[in-house]
Design a protein around this ligand. Structure first.
Ligand code: FE2
Length: 239
């Protein structure tokens, strides 16, 4: 059994597929995180904490989980994500946003097939270089169901057209569609320039996910908690 993600990270798979998915359920810090998320989902949050709708079909924890409990930041240090990113993706990459989101049960996912960063004939849209996202889909007491689809390798296959993206998905030309569930391998680190889509929640009333966004630190100014996160990480970097 491994203690950190560095022990199981595959650079080659990341380059080839655009993501790595891990099972970290045996780690004590992840058990503590599960308890914390369960408690939040039970309700009874006191001001100023609440959930608010950003994308139809999903609700975001506000103002930020990092104000609610330091465990949300400690966990990614403890499992070795910060070190892994430093070693494999360069020192300029910083955690700028942490979002606990619940998706509600309905016929479609709250986000269809898309790239967070892409090119059009008018130029780049989204963050350049693209953000990396680490998403955790906790199992908790929920039924196992599909959560996220990623078109493996699509970060290397971009024709600069959203029409072509939709066409590629529709025709099955991108044959390696990988699905992340909230069971095993439910921590996924991915390149957000890859085509991805959220799956509809059907068997659960709610489905939680914890989303960490890593961005070149020069680009993180629009994220209101980026500075606080950077200070906390710096303060605790040697623990
Ligand atoms: Fe996205």
């Amino acid at each position: 059994m491994y203690d950190t993600v560095q022990e199981i990270f595959s650079e080659e798979k990341f380059f080839r597929y655009g993501f790595n998915a891990w099972d970290l359920s045996h780690l004590d810090v992840v058990s503590r995180l599960d308890i914390l998320i369960s408690k939040i989902l039970e309700g009874g949050l006191s001001e100023p904490f609440h959930f608010a709708c950003k994308y139809p079909g999903s609700y975001d924890f506000r103002p930020s989980v990092i104000e609610y409990d330091p465990l949300f930041l400690d966990v990614i240090r403890e499992v070795g994500v910060i070190e892994l990113l430093k070693e494999n993706f360069g020192k300029g990459l910083a955690l700028c946003h942490v979002q606990l989101r619940v998706a509600e049960s309905r016929g479609s996912g709250y986000a269809g097939w898309h790239r967070d960063s892409y090119y059009t004939s008018d130029g780049a849209v989204g963050n350049i270089p693209p953000a990396l996202k680490l998403i955790y889909y906790p199992k908790l007491s929920f039924a196992v169901e599909d959560q996220l689809k990623i078109a493996a390798g699509s970060h290397r296959l971009d024709f600069g057209s959203r029409f072509v993206d939709r066409f590629l998905i529709g025709t099955g030309a991108l044959s390696e569609i990988k699905t992340i569930t909230n069971d095993r391998n439910n921590w996924v680190l991915f390149d957000t320039s890859a085509l991805h889509a959220t799956c509809p929640v059907r068997n659960n009333k709610w489905s939680p996910r914890l989303i960490y966004t890593f961005l070149n630190s020069k680009l993180d100014r629009e994220y209101p908690f980026a500075k606080k996160i950077a200070e906390y990480m710096e303060e605790h970097s040697h623990e």
